[in-house]
Write a protein that binds this ligand. Structure first.
Ligand SMILES: [Zn+2]
Length: 579
C-alpha cells in the first residue's frame, strides 16, 4: 500500500481487526491505539522516527551491485532486484545514516523488510560493516534496527560470509569501547539474528517483535516439536535472558538517548551537588556504638528496608534496566543497568528482595541463580568496555540453593565473578545494604571499596546455619551471630569493610529518602576518590585490598606489582566483552 493512500483512508489493524484512520495511525508511528500492535516501518520511516529532526545525513556508501552466482530461479536475480527497487524506492534492504538522538551523535543502520524480506545479501552486509567502520573511525555509538528473514539465498554462500564479516565489525567496536545497540523489530531471523543483531551490548526490542535463528515453521517441520504460545516473541526472549529491554515504539528514542548519554560518559549538568548527601560514612570503629550482632541480623532482615530497586529510583536518573544472561535465563533476584548516580555515569547492579510476600516470591527471596551472577558478569564486562564505574548493592541471604542452581553451575558462576571483579579496569564500589550472605554476596563484592549500611550484616554463613552445625542447636543463632561478629562495627574492626554508611532513626526502613541520601554521599564520595586512578592502579589497589587477609603483616608490603598483574591490568578493553 502506498503512503498517500494510507494517509487519507481507513485500514484494518492486523492485530485486533479494528478500523484505523490512516492519518492518525501514521502519526502514532504505526502503532495501533486499540491493541498496541506495532506495524512494520520502512527504513526511511524508522530513521525519521528515531533521529532528531533535521539531524539525519544518509551515508552514501559505494557498494557494487552483485549477482555473484548469476542466480536464476523463475526470474533472474538482477530482475528481482530491479523490481524490489522500483517497488520500494530503495537501493537495498538497509539505509545507514549519521545523526543525533536526544542530541547524542550516532550512526544508525535501519533495515527494511519490504526489500527482499530484509535478507542479508552482500550489499546489506557491506553497508552494515561500513556503518560500523564509520562508527569506529568517529568513535560514535552504532544503533542497528533489524528486520530480516535471514540470509539471501540468491547470493549463496557469499550471503553466509556476511554474518562473519559483520560480526568482525562489531568485535572491532568492542575492542574500541564503542557502544552498540540493536533495536529488534518484527521479524528478525536467521543470519541477521545469529550475527550482528545479538552481538550488540544492549538488545532493545519492540513489543511482540519476533527474533530467532530457525523460524517456527522450520522447527515444527524438522523436529515435529509443537511450540508454546508467544514463542520467539520479545516477551518470551526477555524472560529467557536474550533481550535486555522491551520498549514501545514511542519510547525508543528516549531509551536510546539515555543509553547514548551514559556511554558517552558525559557528566550530567546541573545534577552535581544539588542533591542531599546525608551524613558522612564512618571509617573509625570507635565512632560507632557497640551493638549486639543478633540485633543487627534482625535489623538487616527488616522487610521495610529500601531494596535495590528503591535505591535505584531514589539515587539514579536516566536509568535503563538491562535483563538476562544471554544464555537462556533472566534471574529476577538480580537487577542491574546503566544510569547516572548524581552526575556520574555508572553500571549499577544489585540483588533484589522486596517488601511483601508476593514480591519476595517473585524475586526468589533475593537469592540469585547462576543466571543472575552471569547477568551481573555481563553488565560488569559492559562497564569495563565502556569505562564506567561499577556499583553493587548487596542484600541477599546467599546464592539460591537448589537442584537447578547446581546443575547450572552455581559454584562456577560465583567463582568466575570473583575473578572477573578482581580484574575489572574500572572503579568498583560494593555496598552491603542488608544481608551480606556468604559467597553469594562476595560474588558482587570484590570491589576497590566495600561499604556497609549501619544496620547491615556480612557473614560466611547465616547464624542459624552456623548454630545448627557447630552448636547442633538452631536456637543458638544469637550466640552464633555474636561469635561470627557480623555487625558493621565488628566488620570495620576486622577490615572486611572500609566504611559504614549511617542510617536514619532506628534504621533505613524508617526513612528511605534519608537512607538514600546517606548512600548517595558515600557512593559519590568514594567514586570520586577512585575515578582519577588508571586501570592498572585500580586492579593493583583491589588486589592489595584482598591479598592482605590472612597474610603476615611484613609479607604484604612488597612484591604486589608483578609483571603478570600489570599485563592483566593492561588488557585491551575488547577482551572484556567476550568471555
Ligand atoms: Zn489493533
Amino acid at each position: 500500500m502506498n503512503k498517500t493512500a494510507t494517509r487519507s483512508t481507513w485500514l484494518l489493524c492486523p492485530g485486533c481487526r479494528e478500523m484505523l484512520y490512516g492519518r492518525s495511525f501514521e502519526r502514532a508511528a504505526k502503532v495501533c491505539p486499540h491493541c498496541g500492535h506495532h506495524a512494520r516501518l520502512s527504513a526511511p520511516e524508522r530513521l525519521a522516527h528515531l533521529l532528531d529532526p533535521e539531524s539525519m545525513r544518509v551515508l552514501d556508501f559505494e557498494i557494487p551491485d552483485a549477482d555473484p552466482l548469476s542466480f536464476t530461479d523463475t526470474v533472474p536475480y538482477p530482475e528481482r532486484l530491479r523490481a524490489a527497487r522500483d517497488r520500494t524506492g530503495l537501493e537495498e534492504a538497509v539505509i545507514c545514516a549519521r545523526g543525533t538522538i536526544g542530541g547524542h551523535p550516532v550512526v544508525v543502520a535501519a533495515m527494511d523488510f519490504r526489500f527482499f524480506g530484509g535478507s542479508l545479501g552482500s550489499a546489506v552486509g557491506e553497508a552494515i560493516t561500513l556503518a560500523a567502520e564509520a562508527a569506529l573511525r568517529e568513535r560514535t555509538p552504532l544503533v542497528m534496527v533489524t528486520a530480516s528473514g535471514g540470509a539471501r539465498m540468491q547470493e549463496g554462500v557469499l550471503s553466509l560470509m556476511q554474518m562473519a564479516k559483520t560480526s568482525q565489525a562489531i568485535a572491532q567496536l568492542d575492542e574500541a569501547g564503542i557502544l552498540t545497540v540493536t533495536v529488534v523489530t518484527d521479524p528478525t531471523f536467521g543470519g541477521v539474528a545469529a550475527s550482528f543483531a545479538t552481538l550488540a551490548d544492549v538488545i532493545v526490542a519492540e513489543p511482540g517483535a519476533r527474533l530467532g535463528f530457525a523460524g517456527p515453521r522450520v522447527i515444527e517441520r524438522t523436529i515435529r516439536q509443537s511450540l508454546p504460545e508467544g514463542f520467539q516473541t520479545a516477551e518470551f526472549l526477555l524472560e529467557h535472558g536474550i533481550v535486555d529491554v522491551i520498549r514501545p515504539r514511542e519510547e525508543l528514542p528516549g531509551t536510546l538517548a539515555d543509553l547514548l548519554a551514559v556511554a558517552a560518559r558525559q557528566a550530567r549538568q546541573g545534577e552535581q551537588g544539588g542533591q542531599d548527601q546525608g551524613p558522612a560514612p564512618v571509617t573509625d570503629p570507635a565512632d560507632l556504638p557497640e551493638r549486639n550482632s543478633w540485633e543487627a541480623v534482625r535489623a538487616a532482615r527488616d522487610l521495610g528496608r529500601p531494596s535495590t530497586l528503591d535505591y535505584i529510583a531514589l539515587l539514579t536518573t536516566g536509568f535503563v534496566e538491562l535483563h538476562g544472561d544471554r544464555r537462556g535465563a533472566d534471574c529476577p533476584a538480580l537487577v542491574g543497568g546503566l544510569g547516572y548516580l548524581d552526575d556520574i555515569p555508572v553500571v549499577l547492579i544489585g540483588t533484589q528482595k522486596g517488601h511483601t510476600a508476593a514480591e519476595l516470591n517473585a524475586r526468589n527471596y533475593g537469592m540469585p541463580t547462576p543466571a543472575g551472577y552471569r547477568k551481573a558478569a555481563r553488565l560488569m564486562r559492559l562497564a569495563a568496555k565502556l569505562g564506567l564505574p561499577v556499583v553493587t548493592l548487596i542484600d541477599t541471604a546467599g546464592a539460591y540453593p537448589g537442584l537447578e542452581a547446581e546443575r547450572d553451575g552455581a559454584a562456577v558462576a560465583i567463582a568466575e565473578n570473583l575473578r572477573l571483579m578482581a580484574g575489572l579496569p574500572v572503579p568498583t564500589v560494593a555496598v552491603v545494604t542488608g544481608e551480606g550472605g556468604s559467597g553469594g554476596a562476595l560474588a558482587l563484592a570484590v570491589a576497590n571499596r566495600v561499604l556497609i549500611c549501619a544496620n547491615a550484616v556480612y557473614s560466611v554463613i547465616s547464624p542459624e546455619g552456623c548454630a545448627a552445625i557447630l552448636w547442633d542447636d538452631p536456637s543458638a543463632a544469637p550466640r552464633a551471630a555474636e561469635a561470627l561478629r557480623v555487625d558493621a562495627r565488628r566488620l570495620l574492626e576486622l577490615g572486611a569493610i572500609d566504611a559504614v554508611v549511617p542510617e536514619p532513626g532506628t534504621g533505613a526502613q524508617t526513612d528511605h529518602r534519608a537512607a538514600a541520601a546517606a548512600l548517595r554521599g558515600a557512593l559519590t564520595g568514594t567514586l570520586r576518590g577512585l575515578m582519577p586512578m588508571d586501570a592498572m592502579n585500580l586492579v593493583l589497589d583491589r588486589h592489595a585490598r584482598f591479598r592482605r587477609f590472612g597474610a603476615a603483616p611484613a609479607g604484604i608490603a612488597e612484591g604486589q606489582e608483578s609483571a603478570a598483574e600489570r599485563r592483566y591490568a593492561e588488557r585491551g578493553r575488547g577482551e572484556w566483552n567476550r568471555a
